[in-house]
Write a protein that binds this ligand. Structure first.
Ligand code: NAP
Length: 476
């Protein structure tokens, strides 16, 4: 199978470009070849996207944009199994989580379809200002133009749609640069939009290397907005190069979860096993630090370890599998080095910590310290640390000791405490009696500190993908 860029509806032949193999992370079998886009292809994609914005998309009525999105959602729902299998194969994500990703993606497009009809402005009371008599003013939200959408491998479908669907709902065009590890779902997604009636050129996908295409895309003067989800170092570079463009950065975290002694442990344990190990911890809001009040620490740890040991490890394409490989051997090696480094500084491996190729077994660590990489940095791997605390103040202090601030979870039955802690946590979002890893696609989502800039969650992404325009009239 060959995966090509799609620019103005056209694909490229394999003989015309360099190629790159896409492998299944579980068994290393080659599943596709990417026909790599060149910087010239990128230039064509942006120029075409710019023309289609001015000729077509910015004039397209809202009902039509909404119809195309709705049709795309219907087609995706019909092809759920195909997309889920594609994600399982290219990303190594177990089918049960891949299916969930497709279900969420369908919802995201539906939300965008609904929102396309709700992009409105307001009447400004101009007579509130001295001299404003006989003047009438209102605002409109207008599309920006070309949006560059750069996406990661870990939710190749849903996180791409968190950019593409709001951008199109608002009447923009998109140049889409998916992760090189997961191009197949991206390719199929663009085809789906075309099948649903999206004009050619409104969504161009460039299949190439981030390090080669990233700068020319981010710096291009016909691109009005860059929306990026990925790692902190790449996000930092984009921030520096984007100049005056609007920007959204959805970056990493080392999400904390705080468990107070008044809770029943069953629900948090069940949730946190998923929260720490779903997709091998390669989730931006994966539970990385679990702070447990001293009185229940040992009980929690024992039950958490036992439940983790029961995870079914295996081939992502098998229905029963709960835990699969990491994206590549380099990522698993790096994570294993971090475990070894922590152990050399006094940490304990309670379970896991064994690597074989791309597989790193679900790992629970204790006796950790703040300066260990597994605490201070984003592990983005199946590694979670369990840490005791005594008081609320201590828990809040530990949780906030981070360069990141994306999402946190708090477990307590005490409502006053829950609200107090939620207020004190330096996070973009806080869940009470829910794990940090839980996300719905219609609430504002994004980070503070070095977890990012801007918010997604369809409606909120649309705000960031439109410009507020004021129009005033002086009446006789
Ligand atoms: P990544 O290495 O930063 O890559 C993300 C995207 O950026 C890929 O498409 C990549 O292309 C591209 N890229 C690479 N170098 C670039 C450059 N110099 N300029 C522009 N684009 C460039 O991240 P990843 O490993 O795919 O994903 C993991 C990271 O994403 C984690 O840190 C995770 O926390 C974060 N994440 C955040 C959220 C959130 O919502 N906050 C959600 C999911 C993931 P190539 O694939 O071709 O290198």
């Amino acid at each position: 199978m060959y995966i090509s860029s799609i620019i103005n509806g056209e694909t490229f032949k394999k003989e015309s470009r360099d190629t790159l193999a896409v492998v299944n992370p579980y068994n290393q079998e080659e599943i596709a070849q990417i026909i790599l886009a060149t910087p010239d292809d990128l230039e064509t994609a942006v120029t075409n996207s710019y023309e289609i914005f001015h000729q077509t998309m910015k004039k397209m009525p809202a009902y039509k944009r909404a119809d195309i999105l709705l049709k795309t959602a219907e087609l995706l729902k019909e092809r759920k199994e195909d997309f889920a299998a594609t994600i399982a194969e290219e990303a190594g994500k177990p089918l049960k989580f891949s299916r969930n990703e497709v279900d969420r993606a369908v919802q995201v497009i539906r939300f965008a379809s609904e929102q396309a009809k709700q992009i409105n402005g307001e009447v400004i009371p101009l007579d509130a200002a001295v001299g404003g008599e006989n003047r009438f003013g209102f605002t409109k939200r207008v599309p920006l133009g070309v949006v560059a959408a750069i996406t990661p491998f870990n939710f190749p479908l849903n996180l791409s749609l968190h950019k593409i669907a709001p951008a199109l709902a608002a009447g923009n065009t998109v140049v889409f640069k998916p992760a090189e590890k997961t191009p197949i779902s991206a390719y199929k997604l663009v085809q789906l939009f075309h099948e649903a009636g999206l004009p050619k050129g409104a969504l161009n996908v460039v299949m190439g290397l981030g390090e080669e295409l990233g700068d020319p895309l981010v710096e291009h003067d016909k691109v009005q907005k860059v929306t990026f989800t990925g790692s902190l170092p790449v996000g930092r570079g984009i921030r520096e190069k984007a100049g005056f463009k609007k920007i959204t950065l959805e970056l990493g975290s080392n999400s904390p979860n705080i468990i107070f002694k008044d809770v029943d442990l069953e629900a948090p344990i069940e949730g946190l096993v998923t929260g720490a190990f779903a997709f091998s911890g390669q989730v931006c809001i994966s539970a990385q630090r679990i702070y447990v009040q001293q009185d229940i620490y040992h009980e929690f740890l024992e039950k958490f370890v036992n439940r983790t040991k029961a995870l079914k490890i295996g081939d992502p394409l098998e229905d029963a599998t709960e835990f699969g490989p990491m994206i590549d051997e380099k990522a698993a090696e790096r994570a294993k080095t971090w475990i070894d480094d922590a152990v050399s500084k006094g940490a304990t491996v309670e379970t896991g910590g064994e690597r074989n190729g791309t597989m790193l077994t679900p790992t629970i660590m204790t006796n950790v310290k703040n300066d260990m990489k597994i605490i201070a940095e984003e592990v983005f791997a199946p590694i979670v640390s369990v840490i005791p605390f005594h008081t609320e103040e201590e828990a809040v202090k530990y949780a906030n000791e981070s360069i990141y601030g994306l999402q946190a979870g708090i477990f307590t039955k005490d409502l006053n405490r829950a609200f107090s802690v939620a207020d004190q946590l330096e996070m973009g979002g806080v869940w009470i009696n829910e794990i940090s890893t839980y996300r719905q696609d219609n609430h504002p989502y994004g980070g503070v500190k070095q977890s990012g800039i801007g918010r997604e969650g369809v409606k909120y992404a649309i705000d960031d993908m439109t410009e507020l325009k004021f129009i005033g009239i002086k009446l006789d």
